[in-house]
Design a protein around this ligand. Structure first.
Ligand code: PLP
Length: 685
């Protein structure tokens, strides 16, 4: 056959040369047919060979599986039988490990398949049986408080509870009728001496703990913000606890550290964070941009303030050449140095700027950092967003007093109304006053997954950014990605190198990114969520939730005596109660009491807030699977409760005469913030 093939090819060439085109075409055709037959023959034999291999493979699987089942089941039989089947299965394992290399590869696969098939079978059979397990005596239970079988049966209960909670989110009342200390007083004064069966614990979980839980995942829960929950997040949480591992350093668990960095980039790109804030290049430590998954926005804000404080202090110290540190300076006498004294003096003059609408975590972080906090006014005309003129004026005044501006806090999505500061016009403050700009987009940042909600022009000029995934990103508390454009300067502040952590390995140790040493495997939650939902799944969720809130708003503001306050931002709107002829004070008092009245009904749940003297009720749709029907039900109920409230108000003149609320930052303004006359006394507020 090859001779014919070559012959025909030769003749093709000859004929081609003599320009006999017809003959050449015939020759090419014949040659191709012969070549095709040859190929398909090979393919047929190859398939036969593969089939034979597969058959052996699946037989091996069955064999392995049987042995595994027998071996594991025997743990419940007598010792003799157990040993026998272990010998049997290890003999088989030995046989395969002596096989030629290629079969060994197949066999290792077989073993893993057999193992997992076995686990699957066992879980299914243990879970399906639900039968009470063999009683174990106290010594055995102290020795091993929970066996694998007990765990599987308990987990079954937990899984059933979770899925039932998803299917019947209204099973428990949205808020319980508990009073302060009710739960504490139902619990024993101390933990049990001896192991208790999970059934008992489970019972008390329902009877005591669940009865004291506000159901954030209830369709009538319209308070705070959507609080993340999703199946992939639940799966990741289970795995995180099961792995029992922490990411102290890169070497302590490279997967925790590197998944963290990777998720900082994944999230950054999904939410449109500029590339300068992301890890770039192959070495995460060498990149100027980067970040970490902090726990809460409060942690992230505190870290940003501390890093900013450090940068400003170093900058001020570097202006003083006479303060070169003495070479003989040691850790024990450094606090007596000139530089140390000067550092304390600089810190006492540092001022951080924000607005009265900013979250209390900003104020708290300033307190912890021992720096002045200077909140500025915001106005209704600007949708309660901070403007450049007011900030500039405040900075100018403080500089004249000898103070040093060092940090500007900008909120994109404030807590009360989800309004945003005017970022683009505020960023020039960075150059003018040398301040570190931190963007707190705790709630709103998640909505940036949908491009049309990226109301963040100028973000590229910020120094750091934080977003809470545990608000609007289907992640349970708490995960807060933090990004900065100044990885080296930032980490400089947090780096402390004791011998037991110091070993250089080139890894991006998470310990240098903040206060904590021990790190949970939070990145796994993000990884699983983003893979199971995909960015499009997250976009669909955000759009749906914002759509539901807008639908609720369209119905709610049609109700008599309900008027909208401010704008609707990122799936949050606010309302007030008003009647013809009511003064603003009366509107405030009635709105505040209406919110309390509704919450005390335990049928719905809202948050009250106060924006520069205006009492409001915030409204958000929070349950991931909320439908239009759910929203309509909420609006009907709200309307009924408003009617009841009005009736009660009309019947009882004293009804509204309880104490009225006020925001904490307001109460502080007169006492502590405004007057910073004497710089030497202007330390922490
Ligand atoms: N920043 C803003 C704008 C917030 O709304 C909140 C919480 O509601 C926080 C910060 C604090 O978040 P965390 O509870 O994660 O510290």
């Amino acid at each position: 056959m090859p001779d014919q093939l070559i012959g025909s090819l030769v003749s093709t060439i000859i004929h081609f040369n003599s320009c006999s085109i017809t003959v050449s075409i015939w020759s090419i055709l014949i040659a191709s047919i012969l070549f095709g037959i040859l190929l398909s023959g090979n393919y047929f034999f190859f398939n036969k060979f593969r089939e034979a291999r597969m058959r052996t493979h699946s037989q091996d699987c069955l064999k392995a599986r049987k042995l595994y089942i027998r071996r594991e089941k025997s743990t419940q039989r007598n010792e003799g039988q157990r040993k026998k089947s272990i010998t049997l299965s290890s003999k088989w394992t030995r046989t395969i490990s002596n096989s030629p290399k290629s079969t060994r590869k197949v066999e290792s696969e077989v073993l893993s398949i057999a193992g997992s098939t076995y686990c699957q079978d066992e879980i299914v059979s243990v879970m399906a049986s639900g039968s009470p397990l063999q009683e174990r005596n106290l010594e055995e239970r102290i020795d091993r408080p929970m066996t694998e079988e007990e765990f599987m049966l308990s987990m079954k209960k937990v899984i059933e509870f979770i899925t039932d909670n998803y299917r019947n989110p209204e099973k428990f009342p949205v808020s319980p009728e508990t009073r302060p200390n009710d739960i504490f007083n139902q619990l024993p004064q101390k933990a049990p001496e001896n192991p208790e069966k999970f059934d008992l614990v489970w019972n008390d979980f329902h009877e005591i703990i669940m009865r004291g839980c506000i159901q954030w995942q209830h369709p009538r829960f319209h308070a705070f913000f959507p609080c993340g929950r999703s199946y992939p997040d639940i799966l990741a949480e289970t795995l995180i606890s099961s792995l029992g591992t922490v990411g102290i350093t890169w070497a302590a668990n490279p997967a925790i550290t590197e998944l963290d960095a990777s998720m900082v980039n994944w999230l950054g790109r999904a939410l449109g964070i500029p590339e300068t804030f992301l890890f770039r290049g192959l070495d995460t430590c060498q990149s100027e941009g980067g970040g970490w998954l902090a726990d809460t926005a409060s942690d992230a804000i505190f870290c940003a303030i501390m890093a900013a404080r450090h940068c400003k202090v170093e900058e001020e110290l570097s202006k003083m050449s006479e303060l070169e540190e003495d070479e003989n300076m040691t850790a024990s006498n450094r606090h007596t140095s000139k530089k140390h004294d000067r550092r304390a003096e600089i810190i006492s003059k540092l001022v951080a700027y924000g607005s009265f609408e900013h979250h209390s975590s900003f104020e708290k972080a300033c307190k912890m950092a021992c720096v002045c906090c200077h909140p500025v006014e915001v106005y209704e005309d600007d949708d309660w967003g901070m403007r450049r003129e007011v900030v500039e004026e405040a900075m100018e005044e403080d500089v004249k007093r000898g103070l040093i501006p060092f940090y500007l806090h900008i909120a994109l999505g404030t807590t009360s109304t989800a309004s945003s500061d005017h970022l683009a016009e505020l960023t020039p403050m960075k150059e003018k006053y040398g301040v570190w700009i931190h963007v707190d987009a705790a709630y709103a940042g998640s909505a940036w997954v949908v491009e049309k909600y990226r109301n963040n022009a100028g973000i590229e000029h910020a120094d750091s950014i934080n977003i809470n995934l545990h608000k609007f990103f289907l992640t349970s508390a708490s995960v807060t990605p933090f990004w900065t454009r100044h990885q080296k300067k930032y980490k400089d502040f947090f780096r402390v190198d004791p011998a037991y952590l110091k070993k250089k390995n080139g890894g991006n140790d998470l310990r240098n990114w903040g206060v904590q040493l021990t790190r949970r495997f939070k990145a796994l939650k993000v990884y699983m969520l983003l893979r199971v939902y995909g960015i499009n799944g997250m976009r669909a969720y955000v759009e749906r939730m914002i759509g539901m809130t807008e639908y609720m708003e369209s119905l709610l503001i049609k109700l008599p005596n309900i008027r909208k306050f401010g704008q609707t931002n990122y799936g949050l709107f606010c309302v007030q109660y008003h009647e013809e002829g009511m003064s603003e004070e009366q509107v405030n008092a009635t709105t505040s009491h209406l919110c309390e009245f509704i919450n005390n009904s335990h049928k719905m749940f809202f948050t009250h807030s106060n924006v520069r003297g205006h009492d409001i009720i915030r409204v958000a749709v929070t349950l991931e699977r909320s439908t239009k029907k759910d929203v309509e039900k909420s609006v009907d109920l709200f309307s009924q409760l408003v009617d009841e409230f009005k009736k009660k108000k009309a019947d009882d003149g004293n009804f509204l005469k309880t104490e009225s609320s006020s925001s904490s930052i307001d109460s502080l303004v007169n006492e502590e913030y405004t007057v910073i006359d004497d710089p030497s006394h202007s330390v922490a507020v």
